[in-house]
Write a protein that binds this ligand. Structure first.
Ligand SMILES: Nc1ncnc2c1ncn2[C@@H]1O[C@H](COP(=O)(O)OP(=O)(O)OP(=O)(O)O)[C@@H](O)[C@H]1O
Ligand SMILES: [Mg+2]
Length: 330
């Protein structure tokens, strides 16, 4: 895999022994991992990561979540061995992250594209396929498969300098998958994608997990993380602030949700009575709302199915139609 150099990297001896065993299902393990960026003279500049302890397990989608500058990209670069830890250790597939051979099993989508602008998608993928020593036949098969997977069939012979941000992101993803990696590191995978591209990317990430891949993605798009991740770590200023299963972290304790269809007003009143009789408090009995993503995707898909069928003139409400569509989905 192509490796970018980092001039601020400072190599120091790892001070923690590896803990994972060959049988373990732990794919990435960070132990007391810290990174201090230093300036040209070796002076301490930024403490980007402070004593991070996380484990990413085989077959899961793990999200690294945090505001700008919280250390997400730094963690990914340490996992790839593009940076050296200041202290602590990263193990990937039970090997030290600085062991670059392990990168043959890793796919990496960086946050900034570094692709060659004068190559087409096919040429780009062919180039990376060669780096991984794939045979001509294998490259051809893989490139066709990946171009379809990321939806660039119509643009595969155009130079990347003509691509939109979203299209460039798609080529980046195809490049990250060229070696059929076991572990996929995605740094802000949905940046620059429109809602349809975002949904496609999320579906793709889920399908990669279903194929048994392990995925670590970092993002500050909360809805992306909520929709696809099994577990998340929340970083702030280089410190781990929360770690756990998304379903557990988001569960609102002590509130019960019931979804029912076709209830009359009388029935709702009666249900509220029952709740009160059992000592509960009724906070709301209302129609659920859909998400903006579902609303948008429904409208675009319908417009593609029946071009021109849906038009909104000034002052005209569309809420009933949208509500009906969304209810049909929920
Ligand atoms: N090469 C570098 N030299 C000096 N400081 C750096 C370098 N790279 C990152 N940093 C600093 O380390 C901290 C963490 O940066 P990092 O890129 O890991 O954050 P991030 O969580 O990925 O943020 P974003 O959401 O903006 O991508 C920031 O304070 C950043 O300024
Ligand atoms: Mg980043």
């Amino acid at each position: 895999m192509p490796v970018a150099s980092d001039t601020t990297a400072v190599a120091e001896a790892p001070d923690v022994a590896p803990a994972s065993s060959p049988q373990s299902d732990v794919v990435i393990e960070t132990r007391n991992l810290s990174k201090i960026y230093r300036d040209f003279w070796g002076r301490r500049k930024v403490a980007a990561l402070k004593s991070l302890d996380i484990e990413v397990r085989k077959g899961e989608i793990f999200g690294l979540l945090g505001p700008n500058g919280s250390g997400k990209s730094t963690t990914i670069k340490l996992i790839l061995g593009l940076l050296f830890p200041t202290s602590g250790r990263v193990l990937v597939f039970d090997q030290d992250a600085t062991e670059t051979r392990k990168n043959e099993r890793i796919g990496y989508l960086p946050e900034e594209s570094y692709l060659y602008k004068f190559l087409t998608t096919d040429e780009t993928l062919d180039f990376y396929g060669r780096l991984f020593d794939l045979s001509g036949a294998e490259r051809k098969r893989r490139i066709d498969e990946l171009v379809n997977l990321v939806g660039l069939q119509g643009a595969r012979h155009r130079q990347l300098r003509e691509y939109s941000k979203g299209m460039t992101r798609r080529v980046g993803l195809a490049q990250a998958l060229i070696n059929d990696p076991d572990l996929i590191l995605l740094d802000e995978p949905t940046t620059g994608l429109d809602p349809i591209g975002t949904r496609d990317m999320k579906d793709l990430i889920l399908s990669l997990r279903d194929q048994g891949k392990t995925i670590l993605l970092c993002s500050h798009q909360l809805s992306d993380v909520q929709d696809v991740c099994d577990r998340v770590a929340i970083l702030h200023q280089g410190e781990l602030k929360e770690l756990g299963k998304v379903s557990e972290l988001l569960k609102v304790q002590d509130v019960t949700e019931v979804h029912a269809r076709g209830l009359s007003d009388a029935a709702k009143t009666e249900i509220a009575e029952v709740i009160r009789r059992h000592g509960g408090t009724v906070e709301s009995i209302d129609n659920p709302t859909t998400t903006m993503e579902d609303l948008f995707l429904n409208i675009v898909r319908e417009s593609e199915r029946r071009p021109g069928a849906r038009r909104v003139s000034a002052g005209e409400g569309t809420n009933e139609k949208v509500a009906a569509e969304s209810e049909g989905k929920s």
